[in-house]
Design a protein around this ligand. Structure first.
Ligand SMILES: Cc1ncc(COP(=O)(O)O)c(C=O)c1O
Length: 326
């Protein structure tokens, strides 16, 4: 990440990125922030609290990733040639942006990713290279060195994080000083952006929680070891299971996040089911923060508080849904 550090992330930078995201030709949606009690969700156990859910599952390309991508592309030369590494929502948003901007793009994917995912990305005119997981970075480096492509990172990138922060600034317009904000975490780009936006906007008393699956707790472990760490990860929430926490996300999360908490895959599955029964299609990664709220004992002291919980994505097929409990 070169010279970039948490100090580079100022409120001014985030506000500028927000304007870029808002005005982006990619059509980023200002998603609804809905009060739990005004949905078909069952009453929350443990007493009344004002839980708001932010519906990024209704975002363009089906997840929040388009926010960061909009800011990344706006700040790179038009008609550039880009390569990334993703099997998931970032790849989808990246491909959408490449098509829109007429950029040549390539997504390097693990060969274990579903073929339907490659086909979707290729349908935007973007090339896909499938390689063994251990060769992902080598393939990207080859594209950078031999084909002179620019590497766009899917979570460890200042412009991307600043774009994701638009979600934080947006939610403060509806709930100006939330007591609690709950955000899921994979590499940490989303959590870092939202936490920085909330904190730098002056919400010093808001408690900010990051949520990871037990089997993919890189940021949790990084907090313990006081440095960004990697590990072998496994979770039903594949978007939350990259092999390491990002360096810049780690710095920002250390500065702005109060606590990392963990949820099990079973809890994530239960959350997906509860949301589905209430009419909301949310993929496992997108439901992890909600799972932490549902668990009742993960986020302390919520009775009577205003809580914002982000549902970060909804890209899940009918076949996947069949694996969840009724
Ligand atoms: C739906 C969803 N939520 C959350 C994340 C995690 O984002 P980050 O890597 O920025 O922490 C991802 C990543 O792909 C995702 O697809």
């Amino acid at each position: 990440m070169g010279e970039v550090s948490a100090d580079s992330v100022t409120l001014e930078l985030l506000r500028e990125a927000r304007e870029t995201v808002k005005g982006s030709p990619l059509g980023v949606v200002q998603t609804p922030l809905v009060l739990w009690g005004q949905t078909a969700l069952p009453p929350l156990a443990g007493g009344p609290c004002n839980v708001h859910i932010k519906l990024e599952n209704m975002q363009k390309t089906g997840s929040f990733k388009i926010r960061g991508v909009a800011n990344q592309f706006a700040r790179r030369p038009k008609g550039g040639r880009f390569v990334t590494m993703s099997a998931g929502n970032y790849g989808r948003a990246f491909a959408y942006a490449c098509k829109h901007y007429g950029s040549q793009g390539k997504v390097v994917m693990p060969e274990t990713a579903p073929l339907s995912r490659s086909a979707l990305i290729q349908s935007f005119g973007v090339e896909v290279e499938r390689v063994p997981t251990s060769c992902l970075m080598d393939a990207v480096n080859r594209c950078v060195q031999n084909d002179h492509m620019t590497f766009l990172h899917s979570y460890d990138d200042l412009d991307l994080i600043a774009g994701h922060a638009s979600l934080g600034l947006e939610l403060l317009e509806v709930v100006p000083e939330p007591d609690v904000v709950v955000v899921c975490c994979g590499g940490g780009g989303l959590l870092a952006g939202v936490a920085a936006a909330v904190r730098l906007s002056g919400c010093s008393r808001t408690r900010i929680y990051g949520v990871e699956p037990e089997g993919a707790c890189t940021m949790y472990q990084s907090f313990l070891e006081e440095r960004p760490v990697g590990m072998e990860t496994k979770s039903i929430a594949s978007g939350l299971a990259p092999p390491s926490a990002g360096a810049l996300p780690y710095q920002l999360c250390r500065r702005h996040v109060d606590q990392m908490v963990l949820v099990s895959d079973e809890e994530i599955k239960a959350a997906v089911s509860v949301l589905y029964r209430s009419g909301l299609v949310v993929e496992p990664s997108g439901a992890a923060a909600f799972a932490a709220v549902l668990a009742g004992d993960r986020i302390p002291d919520v009775a009577g508080r205003s809580v914002v919980c982000i549902l970060s994505g909804g890209n899940m097929g009918k076949d996947e849904l069949a694996n969840f409990p009724d």
